[in-house]
Design a protein around this ligand. Structure first.
Ligand code: SAM
Ligand code: SF4
Length: 335
């Protein structure tokens, strides 16, 4: 096991932070309504994005504090050019023992082999609907066939534990639940349903739009029989996982709204322009880019992240009085 030579990143509620989600861009090739606005987007200029070297520098500063798991996200990470180069830099960083990527899959057919060759081992593909019209209604763009081709290409490239992530939307994706299960089982993919969170750019979210994990589980059991609980391989994981009745495949439910898992959160986030966040719903950020560009040493970067961790709230508080949405939407944070 990797030993941290410096005190770990433990917050005031005893949560140890080992997991860093890195957004590499705020751009995207589709416009999911639960994330991006349809119009009026102003993306960050290139000069504001962290360079690959700057991202790698932050990671190298944090591994001695116990950060060992990374996930690349965005925006759509595969629209950032030369992403495999970043993957190989991070995969080679001592102390990093898990490196994953979350993508909408549209550009996966093009990049799967290079990502694999660069050292990526884990891949999540977001797919909410297998019906073309519904896909387009959600993504405000066409692309379902491209995503399916991307998944197939990734499997051919050797990714063997791909996970499908499906945001569940009340009144919209109920009919997609069983087809997504069938598709996941047929293609040996893990499937996870995610509750819709109030992070849509247009701020239209209401709790009535949330199809809860419990509702989804009942829908799945009505079709496939009782699900068997599966012990989480890592206690901090947000999903509650199950086996399908015949043990053929795995399914999980990520229920941040109906069953918050903040008490076991081990995640930090780095936005595309180098702001460190201690929660998706944080209303404060810590500016790592300013330090990087002022020539700060690792100790200063580490102190910035310690300050960020120390300020972490006990829970996101969605649905409670006083809950304040962050100014940023999901694509500007990195999901
Ligand atoms: N573009 C990539 C993708 O879609 O996989 C990576 C970034 S995306 C922001 C990461 C994940 O967040 C996706 O699985 C997406 O479905 C999910 N997501 C986006 N907005 C969400 C919201 N308001 N509530 C719940 N999940 C959301
Ligand atoms: Fe793009 Fe992912 Fe947001 Fe959809 S969820 S708009 S694919 S960043």
């Amino acid at each position: 096991m990797h030993r941290s030579p410096l005190p770990p990143l433990v917050d005031s509620f005893g949560r140890r932070h080992e997991n860093l989600r890195i957004s590499v861009t705020d751009r995207c090739n589709i416009r999911c309504f639960y994330c991006m606005p349809a119009e009026g987007l102003r993306f960050l200029p290139r000069s504001e994005l962290l360079t690959f070297e700057e991202i790698a520098r932050v990671v190298r500063a944090l591994t001695p504090l116990g950060v060992r798991k990374l996930r690349l996200t965005g925006g759509e990470p595969l629209v950032r050019s030369d992403l495999p180069q970043l993957v190989s830099m991070l995969a080679a960083t001592p102390g990093i023992d898990d490196l994953a990527l979350t993508t909408n899959g549209l550009l996966l057919a093009e990049h799967a082999e290079a990502l694999r060759a660069a050292g990526l081992r884990r891949l999540n593909v977001s797919l909410d609907a297998l019906d073309e019209a519904k896909f387009e209604q959600i993504a405000r763009r066409r692309g379902l066939q491209q995503v399916l081709a991307g998944i197939a290409a990734a499997q051919r490239a050797g990714f063997d534990n791909i996970r499908l992530n499906a945001v569940a939307l009340a009144g919209l994706t109920e009919e997609e639940v069983v087809p997504l299960c069938d598709f996941a089982l047929a293609h040996e993919l893990d499937l996870r349903f995610i509750e819709f969170m109030p992070l849509d750019a247009e701020q239209n979210w209401t709790d009535a739009d949330v199809l809860t994990g419990e509702q989804l589980r009942l829908m799945v059991e009505a079709e496939f029989g009782p699900l068997t609980p599966r012990t989480a391989p890592t206690p901090s994981q947000p999903a509650t996982d199950y086996w399908f009745a015949n043990g053929r495949g795995r399914i999980g439910f990520i229920n941040p709204v109906s069953q918050p898992f903040c008490d076991r959160c081990d995640r930090l986030r780095l936005t595309a322009e180098g702001q460190v966040r201690n929660c998706l719903f944080s209303t404060r950020e810590w500016d790592a880019r300013a330090l990087l560009r002022a020539g700060a040493d690792d100790a200063a970067l580490q102190q910035l992240v310690r300050d960020c961790v120390a300020a972490k709230a006990p829970a996101h508080g969605i649905g409670q009085g006083g809950f304040e949405r962050p100014q940023r939407a999901m694509y500007q944070i990195g999901g």
